[in-house]
Design a binder for this molecule. Structure first.
Ligand code: F6R
Length: 242
C-alpha cells in the first residue's frame, strides 16, 4: 500500500486529480470507478479545470459509481446521480451513455443489484477505482460487518453513516436508510485503487486501514491485500500514521 501525506486538502485533491488525469492520458478509453461525498469534490474540480485547459479528454472514458441511495429519485438534489452531474459529468466531454450508477429508483433490490452487476461486467472491469472512506472505515457503502460482501448489494446504512451524511439533508430523519453499493469483491477487482481521506474525523479509520488487522469490521483494511492501492491523505486524516 502506497501512502502519500499532504499538508492540506487542496494539495491532496491536486495530487489525486493528477494521478487520475495521468491514467486517462495513458488509457483514453479507461473505466473509472467513482466515489461521491465531500472528499472528492476538490479532485473533481481539478479534473474539470484540466479539461477546460484542453489537457484532459473524456470522450472515450467510461465511469461506474460505487453507490446510490435506495428509494431516492434520480433528480433529488442529494442523489449521487445529481452529485456526479453537478461536480463532474455535466462539465466534461464524457458521453452520458458511458456513465453509470446503481439505479436507486428500482425498489426491487434483487433487480437493481443484478442490473448493476451486468453493467459492471459489460465495461470489462474497473481500471482505476477512486474511494473515500467513512469514519467507521466503510468503502462504498460497505459498512462494518462480519464478512466482506462480494458483489453489488443492498445495505442498511449504519447509524454512524446516517449521522455523518445528515449534513447534506435538512435532518438525520431525511437521510435514506438504505443504499445499493458495489461489493468489496468488485472494488478489489479494480486494477488500481486510489483512496482519498481528509480531516481529523477520518484519522482513526485511516490508521486502522493501514496499520490494523485486515477485518470486515474495518472494510477499508482489505486494501492491504490489493496489489496497487494508494492512499492520499491530508495532515489531519494521516495524523495517527507512524
Ligand atoms: C460515496 C462513498 C462513501 C464516501 C464516504 C466518505 O460514494 O462511497 O464511502 O466516500 O462516506 O464520505 P465523505 O467524503 O463525505 O466524508
Amino acid at each position: 500500500m502506497r501512502i502519500i501525506k499532504t499538508a492540506t486538502y487542496e494539495e491532496m485533491s491536486q495530487r489525486a486529480a493528477h494521478i487520475v488525469a495521468a491514467h486517462i492520458t495513458l488509457n483514453p478509453a479507461c473505466v473509472l470507478g467513482l466515489a461521491t461525498g465531500s472528499t472528492p469534490e476538490g479532485l473533481y474540480a481539478e479534473l474539470v479545470r484540466l479539461h477546460r485547459l484542453g489537457d484532459l479528454d473524456f470522450r472515450q472514458v467510461k465511469t461506474v459509481n460505487l453507490d446510490e441511495y435506495r428509494h431516492l429519485p434520480r433528480n433529488h438534489p442529494e442523489s449521487y446521480y445529481t452529485f456526479m452531474q453537478k461536480h463532474l459529468l455535466s462539465k466534461i466531454n464524457i458521453d452520458p451513455a458511458n456513465t453509470h450508477l446503481p439505479n436507486g429508483e428500482l425498489a426491487d433490490a434483487q433487480v437493481a443489484c443484478t442490473e448493476y452487476e451486468t453493467i459492471l461486467r459489460s465495461t470489462g472491469g474497473v481500471d482505476l477505482q477512486l474511494l473515500g472512506i467513512g469514519r467507521n472505515g466503510h468503502i462504498g457503502f460497505n459498512e462494518p460487518d462480519s464478512v466482506f460482501p462480494k458483489d453489488t448489494h443492498c445495505v442498511r446504512l449504519s447509524e454512524s453513516t446516517i449521522e455523518a451524511n445528515a449534513r447534506f439533508f435538512s435532518s438525520a430523519d431525511e437521510v435514506p436508510r438504505e443504499a445499493y453499493t458495489m461489493g468489496v469483491g468488485t472494488i478489489m477487482r479494480a486494477q488500481r485503487i486510489l483512496l482519498v481521506a481528509s480531516g481529523k474525523s477520518k484519522a482513526e479509520a485511516v490508521f486502522q486501514t493501514v496499520c490494523g488487522p485486515v477485518t470486515p469490521e474495518v472494510p477499508a483494511s482489505i486494501l492491504q491485500f490489493h496489489h496497487d492501492a494508494t492512499i492520499i491523505c491530508d495532515e489531519e486524516a494521516g495524523a495517527l500514521l507512524p
